[in-house]
Design a protein around this ligand. Structure first.
Ligand code: KIV
Ligand code: ZN
Length: 523
């Protein structure tokens, strides 16, 4: 049961530091564009996270712009940017967050012998000096500074204590202890943290944070162990995404704190758990990372009771098999919000209620698509609208190639044949026909013939946005075009149409990338 709000003790509040947009975005093949980052950040704010780590600004100009956009547009949480412990990184991180109402610089350096020797090629004295200088510089720029010892759990605790003692003396208010390679175990981690408290008394005066990776499936267990011995910040990602096997999952930590509050000595968080499902789906859709069906809290089976004996128990009393209820995580299956007679005003109201902000031009664009969808599908649910909005964000508007017609003529033998009409950015229509050993291959051939592209399909996935036979389908492709990989996504009630849209977006992205390269080389 949730802790009684009136009896909540501030000293027991667990700060949620969300790093979906930084550690999560570092996962292979996740490339969020600026609008997608801002959209996720708005949802994280609705979810009630305390800190959003919006990126690692030195890593690319795009990352810096993403952090700046989040810092300028998203109100509520503290906005943090990551920086290695050097002058340039810290200066650029500050450029990223300086416009936020509550900015934070998060600087880090590795403290394990293996990292110092083989990665940094620095000895202990040099690492200590770099950490000290970095925190001093960051504190001179930003009122809120966090310092992390990368690979802390494989480091000599005496050295970690010395480094964090120095960071605290320079003004760091949060000290983060990462289990960077996901190696530690709960009781071992507790001993490690206890040891740090003993060796570094000034740690009592700042917020201790834990950042656990999931290589052995222990990220959440280790984070929980951390907050039970004094840590008051957990670093988490939606759906547990992140480097390699990921980070501690936000939704699992939040639901443990809510469900087991009484047994956790009053620890609590400010997470609005009813926003969890929407956050999870948004992150899954925009990153292209599916959620495993049996994933705790957000998997599609998490609240499904399949076996007859379980169903019988549930009917007699839900508590027989249910420790949390679907409403508490905001799971409202395909709730109907609009119909095909709904007008522009009703659509705008529904989108505003769902937390979207649109200008007039965007509303017009979405309304046209909504109408087309409602004519084909009839009832439009909140999840359909989320998919439509996500699709709008993914759309490549520059030089876009739009699908106008698609048709499949009779398959002969094992071969399928497709015809398409594609409209280019200049309004001209291009027709093409293609054949292949399946409808998707035929479609790609037809598009290539129409627009003169040549792509090889590397990955292809389709999924249903909602349940039921009239579900909206989402297609995702990864293609090699001119020696480089491009991704595309498309949403439509017809999965082949969604596939064609996805491929056209990948082709458009490849053309825009080629244009940018030519511009960069001054051609
Ligand atoms: O895993 C890690 O050590 C990190 C640090 C940069 C905090 O992500
Ligand atoms: Zn990490």
């Amino acid at each position: 049961m949730p802790a009684d709000e009136a009896s909540r003790d501030d000293a027991k509040r667990v700060i949620f530091f969300d790093t979906t947009l930084r550690d999560g975005e570092q996962s292979p093949r996740i490339h969020l564009n600026l609008r997608e980052k801002v959209e996720i950040a708005h949802q994280l704010a609705r979810l009630g996270v305390d800190v959003i780590e919006a990126g690692f600004p030195i890593s690319s100009p795009g990352d810096l712009e993403g952090v700046q956009a989040v810092a300028r547009e998203v109100e509520g949480p503290t906005i943090a940017a990551l920086a290695r412990a050097n002058e340039k990184d810290i200066a650029v991180a500050w450029e990223g967050v300086r416009d936020a109402t509550k900015p934070r610089i998060h600087t880090f350096i590795a403290t394990s012998d293996i990292h110092m020797t083989h990665k940094l090629r620095m000895d202990r004295a040099t690492v200590l000096a770099a950490a000290t200088d970095a925190v001093r510089q960051a504190c001179g720029l930003c009122p809120d500074v966090e310092f992390s010892c990368e690979d802390a759990t494989r480091s000599d605790p005496a050295f970690v204590a010395e480094v964090i003692g120095s960071a605290i003396a320079q003004g760091a208010q949060t000290i983060n202890i990462p289990d960077t390679v996901g190696y530690t175990m709960p009781t071992e981690f507790q001993r490690f943290l206890g040891d740090l408290y003993e060796r570094c008394p000034s740690l009592e005066g700042v917020t201790l944070s834990v950042h656990c990776h999931n290589d052995l499936g222990l990220a959440v267990a280790n984070s929980l162990a951390g907050i039970q011995v004094g840590a008051r910040q957990v670093e988490v990602c939606v759906n547990g995404i992140g480097e390699r096997a990921g980070n501690a999952s936000l939704e699992e930590m939040a639901m443990i704190l809510r469900t087991r509050a009484e047994d956790l000595g009053g620890l609590w968080s400010g997470i609005e758990t009813t926003e969890i499902t929407r956050a999870s789906r948004m992150v899954s859709r925009l990153t292209g990372y599916d959620i495993q069906p049996n994933k705790a809290v957000v998997g599609r089976n998490a609240f499904a009771h399949e076996a007859g004996i379980h169903q019988h128990g549930m009917l007699a009393n839900p508590l027989t098999y249910e420790i949390m209820d679907a409403q508490s995580v905001g799971l409202v299956q395909s709730e109907l919000v609009l119909g095909k007679h709904s007008g522009r005003h009703a659509l705008l109201q529904a989108l505003v209620d769902m937390g979207y902000e649109l200008d007039k031009a965007e509303l017009n664009e979405v309304f046209t698509r909504f109408k087309a969808l409602a004519d084909r599908k009839g009832e439009i649910s909140a999840m359909d609208l989320d998919a439509l909005m996500g699709d709008e964000m993914r759309a490549v508007h520059e030089n876009s190639l739009d699908l106008r017609e698609i048709a499949f003529s009779g398959a002969s033998g094992d071969e399928a044949t497709a015809r398409v009409v594609v409209q280019g950015a200049d309004g001209a229509e291009h027709r093409g026909e293609g054949a292949g050993d399946g409808p998707v291959a035929a479609l790609m051939g037809a598009i290539d013939a129409a627009v003169g592209s040549s792509g090889t399909l590397l990955e292809y996935a389709v999924s249903a946005v909602t349940a039921g036979p009239d579900a909206l389908g989402e297609a995702r492709v990864v293609c090699e075009i001119n020696g480089r990989q491009f991704t595309g996504q498309g949403v439509s009630p017809d999965v082949l149409e969604a596939s064609a849209i996805a491929y056209l977006r990948a082709v458009t992205a490849s053309r825009n990338a080629a244009d940018e390269r030519m511009a960069d080389s001054g051609v």
